[in-house]
Write a protein that binds this ligand. Structure first.
Ligand code: SAM
Length: 395
């Protein structure tokens, strides 16, 4: 199965070696440029977008928005906050317009955004970034899909805003962000035998489906990936688990994921882990060196995210079997029980090595099938293989 990616120069290759094993290579390109114009990205070439823009009206991004458009600074100085809000969004709108151009029909865009609360001229106000972004995506022609509320509960003492225990000037906490989901055109269709097999191999576990496809995600906004701490704290990075889930939910092996506001490169790391290609745009070139410094070390740890998925699955199987009985189906790749037929062909690719083929362009190689099957996350796979598959408890 081969997919050449034309102007994007991304080549994801799936190959079979002389032992009959499947292998995979992916490519990850970083452009330290302005994503309001992504001229290196071909129209209709992107399978999935995952991103988190700078948040309008959150103070840490005022300066950057002012650099993108000096009217922002003017509006802020004149305390004309509704104009500042709108002017900031108009800069983001240019990126959203580019997304519509570069995305394939059926591709999804996942936009992580939080609203901003700010006191202006003694008036406390919410700036509903999520609503403004949803409005422009509709105007651009995207279909709106049910969104995810990302709850980031915190113990910070300043999370309660306003007049404390005295009515009526206190405000509810702002402990959530949004993951807005949009689709360009109709649902994606998998036509050929190879495409259908690749889709089945890219499946996720039944119990993952139950958690991931919930409209409420509840994990902390702290760092869960492993790359450079200092750059992450000044970037507003999202946790690794966020793009990793979305990539597994909405794309298949060898797809190309775009992040037009890539910051520290969390989306790229998740794409590497999940066997997808990525294209990343970031205005701040200061993120290039830290990513380059860490990726050659991090690549060896990426497989642990998939091994952790297996470990959790085997725990689920153990629990299910002790409480409810045997699972009916068996995964053909690992040999462990699974809940549904759709998980029978599910497999994983483990990242093995990375090369910088040209500046800010990385190629990843993955272990071949037999090597992946030989990995044993904490010996659990061997234990689990002793489980017998039996009849579905629902039969
Ligand atoms: C919220 S951060 C993204 C963090 C990222 N998700 C991560 O995990 O590190 C937004 C990023 O967008 C970048 N940015 C802002 N405007 C941009 C533009 N027009 N083109 C490219 N990058 C931009 C900022 O420099 C910042 O790093």
């Amino acid at each position: 199965m081969q997919a050449a990616r034309g102007k994007n120069h991304l080549v994801s290759a799936r190959y079979i070696n002389e032992r009959g094993d499947f292998g995979l290579e992916t490519e990850h390109r970083f452009f330290y440029e302005d994503s309001r114009k992504m001229s290196a990205v071909k129209s209709d070439s992107i399978d999935l977008v995952i991103t988190s823009p700078p948040y309008p009206m959150i103070e840490m991004w005022d300066e950057q928005f002012s650099e993108l458009n000096s009217d922002v600074n003017l509006a802020l100085q004149n305390s004309d906050y509704s104009r500042a809000f709108e002017t900031m969004h108009r800069e983001l709108d240019k990126v959203w317009g580019e997304l519509f151009r570069v995305m394939k029909k059926g591709a999804l865009a996942c936009i992580n955004i939080g609203d901003a609360a700010r006191t202006i001229n003694k008036r406390f106000q919410l700036f509903a970034n999520h609503a403004r972004i949803q409005k422009i995506f509709i105007a651009l022609g995207f279909d709106v899909l049910p969104l995810i509320l990302w709850r980031k509960q915190t113990n910070a003492p300043n999370k309660f805003m306003g007049s404390g225990m005295l009515p009526a000037g206190a405000y509810v906490t702002l402990e959530h962000e949004y993951i807005l989901l949009f689709r360009k055109d109709a649902k994606r269709v998998f036509f050929t035998k190879e495409e259908k097999l690749n889709r089945r191999q890219s499946a996720y576990f039944w119990e993952e489906r139950n958690a991931w496809f919930s409209d409420l995600w509840d994990f902390k906004g702290t760092r869960q990936g492993t790359n450079n701490c200092e750059t992450r704290s000044r970037s507003g990075a999202f946790p690794f688990v966020l793009p990793f889930r979305l990539i597994n939910m909405y794309s298949v092996y060898g797809d190309t994921v775009l992040d037009p506001f890539s910051g520290t490169g969390t989306t790229a790391l998740a794409a590497m882990t999940a066997g997808r290609n990525s294209i990343n745009y970031e205005l701040d070139g200061g993120f290039s060196a830290p990513f380059n410094d860490s990726i050659f070390i991090e690549v060896h740890g990426l497989k642990h995210y998939n091994q952790e998925r297996i470990r959790k699955h085997l725990e689920f199987v153990k629990r299910y079997q002790s409480e409810k009985g045997c699972l009916k189906y068996e995964n053909s790749y690992f040999g462990f029980p699974v809940m549904t037929r759709q998980e029978e062909d599910l497999k994983f690719f483990y990242a093995k090595s990375v090369f910088e083929v040209e500046k800010n362009n990385y190629k990843l190689f993955y272990f071949e099938d037999r090597d992946v099957q030989a990995f044993e996350p904490e010996g659990l796979i061997q234990d689990q293989l002793q489980f017998t598959t039996g009849t579905d408890p629902a039969d």
